[in-house]
Design a protein around this ligand. Structure first.
Ligand SMILES: Cc1cc2nc3c(=O)[nH]c(=O)nc-3n(C[C@H](O)[C@H](O)[C@H](O)COP(=O)(O)OP(=O)(O)OC[C@H]3O[C@@H](n4cnc5c(N)ncnc54)[C@H](O)[C@@H]3O)c2cc1C
Length: 424
């Protein structure tokens, strides 16, 4: 990797899927991606336990448009992708039920409508048994405090999913390989000065830019910027989020569950979702073995309950006991279990979310800084949305000049049926 660059036309902070996709679209331009860690990938990094491989939470790429499909095929290679349609269900009183879809138009709600009102208006009795408890487990907040306009997103036509054989990290590893000297690791940005158009790295190096794109979590970016007005700092402080402990369980034997993931709204279980990695890609588990991933969402700051050395073992044992209670383990034997802590897991779209975001977006625009990605924009975005937005930003940067892979036809197949997102 190059250490020489002191001035660069386009500077991208962060080498998760957002920064790397943008880099791949820019390809040969004058740009540099700075990543603080020793490896690229961000949230797509894989957790390995012997021959078992896990994602951080359920992950797959929604094949929502031909541009996304072609982009991923080009990066990973068509032959290296598993494909399918994700099968999901929710658990209620020991039985699995198909996830409900909303066929009629969403009932109009007032401006300050909350998710609880939305669920009752649109889902009747399912609001109580499924929608509200699942939403509250996901956001670790009362559904009445959630802004339904942020929580309910347009669903996508069932275009299936793509999954790189070997794990989601294959996607970011292959992108990082292509980018060569355009990617600099171990390069943490500590300060941004939008007036001088410079960033400072840990270690003191200063770099100049003409255009800055940040993919780091929005509150972190605001903390890095020099001379932020008080109302902007206070808007950043109001952005709410929660954390998550994932318990990755390695099993002897095969579970034989047909679903990719099962949502668990019932409050007696600590986890909100169980997923079955083998169904996304058989290579994630060794032959004759299987695995389950449990996601336990926790309010931010409850790290000690899950991660302290003295609590960790008990936490894992409690989750294993509850997985056994669901009956989904079948005759499998537990070989081992690992816990991973995710400090920033879900954006919590409460009623401070939109007003705070308006202030922050206005401020960043006035300072000429663009953001890209779920946590940088503080919006519910998936990998496919991020790739499409990276493509759009690259077109702005290149002034309409299109190079592969951006040359692919952008035929989105989103449609407007409104459902409550099952993966939230
Ligand atoms: C539980 C869970 C399940 C999900 N499931 C799916 C799914 O099934 N499908 C889907 O499409 N999406 C899913 N997502 C969303 C998806 O994981 C994210 O949208 C995506 O991975 C975010 O990528 P990013 O590049 O925007 O951010 P990140 O991955 O956070 O990348 C940002 C990078 O910036 C680096 N960085 C931070 N600060 C600095 C600094 N100061 N200087 C330099 N570098 C810095 C970080 O190290 C990181 O590498 C899920 C997310 C979660 C949490």
């Amino acid at each position: 990797m190059s250490n020489a660059a002191k001035a660069v036309r386009t500077l991208i902070i962060g080498a998760g899927v957002a920064g790397l996709s943008l880099g791949c679209y820019l390809r040969d331009g004058d740009f540099l991606i700075l990543e603080k860690e020793e490896g690229a990938g961000g949230y797509l990094k894989q957790i390995c336990n012997g021959d078992f491989s896990f994602d951080i939470g359920v992950k797959c790429i929604h094949a929502s448009s031909s541009e996304v499909v072609h982009f991923v095929e080009e990066i990973v290679g068509e032959e290296n992708l598993d494909r399918g349609y994700a099968r999901s269900a929710y658990l209620n009183h020991g039985k699995l039920h198909a996830l409900p879809r909303l066929e009629h138009p969403v009932q109009p709600l007032g401006k300050r409508a909350d998710f609880r009102a939305y669920a009752f208006a649109n889902y009747g009795e399912l609001a109580e048994s499924y929608m509200i408890p699942y939403a509250e487990k996901t956001w670790t907040a009362p559904a009445s405090e959630i802004d339904y306009r942020a929580a309910v997103t347009k669903s996508k036509a069932p275009g299936g999913y793509l999954y790189p054989r070997g794990g989601m990290q294959e996607l970011t590893d292959r992108m990082a390989e292509r980018l060569g000297d355009h990617l600099r690791l171990h390069s943490k940005v500590t300060e941004v000065d939008p007036k001088a158009k410079t960033v400072k790295l840990a270690g003191g190096e200063i770099m100049c830019y003409q255009r800055l794109i940040s993919t780091v979590p929005l509150p972190q970016l605001i903390r890095m910027i020099a001379g932020v007005p008080a109302e902007v700092g206070s808007a950043a402080d109001k952005l709410n989020f929660n954390s998550m402990a994932t318990v990755a369980v390695a099993l002897e034997g095969c579970i034989g569950v047909e679903y990719h993931y099962v949502l668990v709204p019932e409050r007696r279980y600590s986890f909100r979702r169980l997923s079955f990695p083998r169904n996304f890609s058989p290579g994630l588990v060794p032959p004759g073995r299987d695995s389950i991933l449990a996601e336990v969402n926790l309010p931010r700051g409850e790290r000690n309950m899950a991660c302290d050395a003295e609590h960790r073992g008990d936490f894992i044992q409690a989750v294993l006991g509850q997985i056994a209670e669901t009956g989904l383990l079948r005759a499998c034997r537990v070989l081992g279990a690992n816990l991973t802590w995710v400090g920033l897991a879900h954006i919590v779209p409460d009623f401070c979310w939109r007003p705070s975001l308006d202030v922050l977006e206005g401020f960043l625009k006035s300072r000429g800084i663009r953001t890209l990605g779920r946590f940088a924009e503080w919006k519910y975005m998936n990998i496919d949305d991020t790739i499409l937005e990276a493509s759009a930003i690259s077109k702005d940067i290149l002034g309409g000049r299109r190079i592969r892979p951006a040359a692919m036809e952008a035929r989105t197949i989103q449609h407007k049926t409104d459902i409550a997102r099952d993966s939230l």
